[in-house]
Design a protein around this ligand. Structure first.
Ligand code: PRP
Length: 181
């Protein structure tokens, strides 16, 4: 999908800048777990593009799993309730787990996931997010360990992120404007 003039989209982050930052994050994570295995857990669906780029840049040996939660439904405001749609396929006991998120906004999803995964006794449980919107945080204790970009309070799509399932395939990360904005 490409950005056309008729869509109310404005580019926030271009693909080359995203690529560079993802490479740096992969280096940082690999260095922190030097010589150790890293288990990347992507939060579906939004994180699938970030994960696919991140895993290919990791120097550390990796394995993957996916978990799926939903809080947004089809709108742009969180429903405030996180629901588990798909659990992990395998145990994380004793593993160095890095949760891979596309965006941390209110922090409710990350908070919920940490709460359900911690009792499963991973060796480490870290949070990597491509985007962080700290101005929207409701759960104040949520502080990602690895952040690609801090962004302002704008609704963003592309690079895996959607609005009503649209725009996930955009190569750039774009701000979606609404008529009432
Ligand atoms: C998005 C995003 C995060 C979550 C962050 O997921 O992928 O998981 O919201 O928001 P929070 O910090 O306010 O909890 P969404 O529910 O839109 O589902 P999707 O990834 O399938 O698009």
């Amino acid at each position: 999908m490409t950005t056309s003039r008729r869509q109310p989209l404005r580019i926030l982050l271009r693909r080359p800048a995203i690529e560079r930052r993802v490479r740096e994050l992969a280096r940082e994570i690999s260095a922190d777990f030097r010589g150790q295995h890293v288990h990347l857990v992507a939060v579906l669906k939004g994180a699938f593009v970030f994960l696919s780029d991140l895993v290919r840049e990791m120097e550390a040996e990796t394995s993957l799993d996916f978990i799926s939660v939903s809080s947004y439904g089809t709108g742009r405001e969180t429903s405030g309730r996180v629901r588990l749609l798909k659990d992990l396929d395998s145990s994380i006991e004793g593993l160095n787990v890095v949760l891979v998120e596309d965006i941390v906004d209110t922090g409710m999803t990350a908070h919920y996931l940490k709460n359900i995964l911690k009792p499963r006794n991973p060796r480490a449980l870290k949070l990597a997010t491509l985007l962080d919107k700290p101005s929207r945080r409701i759960v104040k204790g949520v502080k990602p360990d690895y952040v690609g970009f801090k962004i302002p309070n704008e609704f963003v799509v592309g690079y895996g992120m959607d609005y009503g399932e649209r725009y996930r395939g955009l190569r750039n990360i774009c701000i979606l404007r609404f008529p009432t904005d």
